[in-house]
Design a binder for this molecule. Structure first.
Ligand SMILES: [Zn+2]
Ligand SMILES: [Zn+2]
Length: 343
């Protein structure tokens, strides 16, 4: 790696930064061409939009862990640039910091539940409808205002009813003055770009961009699950994640596939991650092509094995509760493991 007076780690970080103008130009051109494009082309472009979202996410992730520039102002501008697509990045990055600071098993969660497909159809439809109301940031603005006026507990209960503790943690960090300022600037960049697209062609924005983003964002909500489901040991920092060495996937996302390497040392630069693979244990989980294959649908035998282990642990726990369990029981149960490694 070669740093210089502008780039803190490597001038190769410029390829991550290039994602910002590259994608901005792409979406502006798409908005301008929208009226002349047939529906089949617009549908065929959805996987491309998905790939661009992954690329934006990979580049922002690298910048979050190892800020590219020596100048704080350039780093702030870059974060705002990544906020043009997807979501304003400061709250997202704070949530990601929480992901790194907590150990948990994802084996007993459900991808379908996480992306919202287990919810009643009526709730799914209302979520989709709300995405149009929120297309210009209503939710973010309400949250920013409430963070200044309401007690944190009350905002967390409203924003994250399923996990108020997580909401308290993330929103508590967002409410810090420096983070709140950064989040406001991110929101400004995010909204400004959306207003630009809307001004170019409001039909493109509301009939294509917003629904496409809704679809992409919903499916991407399951990424943490896919990065960790089936990991060899959820509480061993050398085996608690799933790596994927697919060349195209890592080229597109700037090495997002090296997830075990990344969890072992989150501050390692993205170009250093491949050199860490050799030192990792062989009995960890690796998947081909992309993390997106790491779902129970493609690994029914592993899913069945995980279900069998969970059932036997529940059986053992019930036996222990009734007083007839052996002393071997608790050590393998998820709750016991979590307690043991959480300290
Ligand atoms: Zn992870
Ligand atoms: Zn990370």
């Amino acid at each position: 790696m070669a740093a210089n007076s502008v780039f803190r780690h490597s001038y190769w970080d410029a390829v991550n930064v290039a994602v910002i103008p590259g994608q901005a130009v792409f979406f502006v051109l798409l908005a301008r061409a929208y009226g002349a494009l047939p529906t089949t082309t617009l549908l065929a472009l959805l996987p491309v939009l998905y790939a661009l979202a992954l690329q934006n996410s990979g580049a922002n992730h690298n910048h979050h862990h190892t800020p590219f520039f020596r100048s704080r102002r350039l780093n702030a501008l870059t974060r705002m640039g990544f906020s043009l697509q997807g979501e304003p990045k400061t709250p997202h990055n704070i949530y990601h910091g929480h992901h790194h600071s907590t150990n948990r098993s994802w084996d007993h969660d459900s991808y379908l539940r996480i992306v919202g497909l287990r919810a009643p159809i009526r709730r799914q439809l209302s979520r989709f409808g709300l995405s149009f109301v929120e297309a210009l940031g209503l939710r973010y603005f309400v949250l920013l205002v409430l963070l200044k006026r309401w007690p944190l507990e009350r905002v967390a209960a409203l924003a994250s009813p399923a996990d108020p503790e997580l909401g308290r943690h993330v929103l508590g960090r967002v409410a810090q003055p420096a983070a709140l300022r950064a989040a406001t600037f991110d929101l400004g960049a995010w909204l400004g770009f959306r207003l630009l697209l809307c001004a170019i062609d409001w039909r493109f924005f509301f009939l294509y961009y917003v629904p496409a983003n809704y679809l992409i964002t919903s499916l991407r909500m399951g990424e943490d699950f896919m990065h960790h489901w089936g990991a060899a040991d959820a509480f061993d920092v050398r085996r608690n994640a799933v790596s994927c060495y697919g060349k195209l996937y890592n080229w597109l996302t700037f090495n997002l596939g090296y997830h075990q390497e990344h969890h072992l040392r989150p501050t390692a630069h993205w170009l250093s991650l491949p050199s860490m693979t050799e030192g990792l244990p062989r009995d960890r989980r690796i998947v081909p092509f992309s993390h997106y294959v790491n779902v129970p649908l493609f690994y029914p035998r592993l899913a069945a094995e995980i279900a069998r282990r969970a059932a036997s642990q529940v059986g053992a726990a019930e036996a222990a509760a009734s007083g007839s369990a052996s002393t071997e029981v608790g050590s393998g149960a998820p709750g016991a493991a979590a307690a043991g490694h959480g300290e």
